[in-house]
Design a protein around this ligand. Structure first.
Ligand code: GTR
Length: 328
């Protein structure tokens, strides 16, 4: 009897909470999404596009508000906030996840992808899907993978032609042990630092250089204080679009499917914006005085081999590397 009453009370409470949640969702929710990039950056625009799709497909019940320009914090700090559900959606590079989720090291590895096409093919297929699933163990839903072009070194001292040119240089890296190892393998001193601190660190000489793709080198205006851009294209570390599992679980299965589909569809939009922005950024930095030099990649590839030995240790990661290499 008592048990039955408790059961009924429990069921009633559950019904109330479901009703409250449903009412809230019926009225509409605006998901908070984080990005460190400025408002016109392709990643920001792509998540806004995803929001538009959601709004259209749910008659305005689900919207996204993108807090750009690091309004919600630097990338590493926003990871925990997303896991706890304070931030609903987060667009972050793979690198700040490297220490937390071992599989994310693989697509960040130096020269793992032969080209942008190779990266897109690998990330669009089962390898990318499995990678996205890895986030779930950490209270995150992996929604999609975005392009991030290719990262190259830039510095204020001299053009880099060979790894020897980097000896002793202080190079900023993302907060990832793998990136520290990658730069150390070239004989430079790796300095992990949040993105937002790099401009003044370059300007004051705390660091000699950093590494990034064309759009980030341009949007941050790093080219003003670090004019030698050497096209090493050593990492194609993609961007991850993740959602807090706590936030995701508040939706019913139908809405969850709509969210996942909208995220996937934003990938193509992102690529269109990205390809255009890369070209525009390259032109802009050149006009702004950046000195670009091409490099022979082989010595860099050889010097970075030890990074694989250090980070590709367990069989699952080895399999992932082999699977990526096997993609044509
Ligand atoms: C950019 C990337 C950012 C961030 C940044 C960095 O290319 O889009 O998410 O990782 O690089 O170097 O910190």
């Amino acid at each position: 009897m008592i048990a039955r009453r408790i059961l009924l009370a429990g069921a009633a409470a559950l019904a109330v909470s479901v009703a409250t949640a449903t009412a809230a969702l019926a009225q509409g929710v605006t998901l908070r999404s984080a990005d460190i990039h400025p408002t016109d950056y392709p990643t920001v625009e792509a998540v806004r596009y995803m929001g538009k799709l959601l709004e259209d497909r749910t008659q305005g019940r689900i919207k996204i508000n993108v807090f750009h320009s690091a309004q919600l914090g630097q990338e590493k700090d926003t990871i925990d906030q997303t896991r706890f559900g304070v931030i609903d959606i987060n667009r972050i590079n793979m690198a700040p996840f490297n220490n937390l989720i071992p599989a994310t090291n693989i697509p960040s590895l130096p020269f793992i992808f032969r080209s942008v096409d190779h990266m897109r093919k690998a990330m669009d297929g089962p390898i990318g899907d499995n990678l996205l699933k890895e986030f779930e163990k950490h209270d995150l839903i992996g929604l999609a993978l975005y392009d991030s072009g290719s990262r190259s070194f830039y510095n204020s001292k001299r053009p880099i032609n060979t790894p020897a040119d980097m000896k002793g240089m202080k190079i900023r890296v993302q907060q990832s042990d793998m990136f520290v190892a990658l730069v150390s393998a070239l004989g430079a001193n790796a300095t992990p630092m949040p993105f937002g601190e790099v401009y003044s660190a370059l300007q004051t000489g705390v660091i000699d250089g950093a590494e990034n793709n064309w759009p980030s080198y341009e949007s941050t205006r790093h080219f003003e204080v670090s004019k030698f851009y050497s096209v090493t294209e050593h990492s194609l570390s993609p961007e991850a679009l993740v959602m807090s599992k706590k936030s995701f679980d508040k939706f019913n299965a139908a809405d969850q499917a709509i969210i996942k589909a909208a995220a996937k569809e934003s990938v193509l939009k992102m690529r269109e914006l990205w390809d255009a922005r890369e070209k525009a950024s390259e032109t802009k930095v050149k006009a702004g005085g950046a000195q670009i030099n091409q490099v022979e990649k082989k010595p860099f590839i050889d010097a970075m081999k030890p990074v694989y030995d250090k980070f590709v240790t367990d069989p699952k990661l080895k399999e992932m590397v082999a699977a990526i290499q096997a993609v044509n």
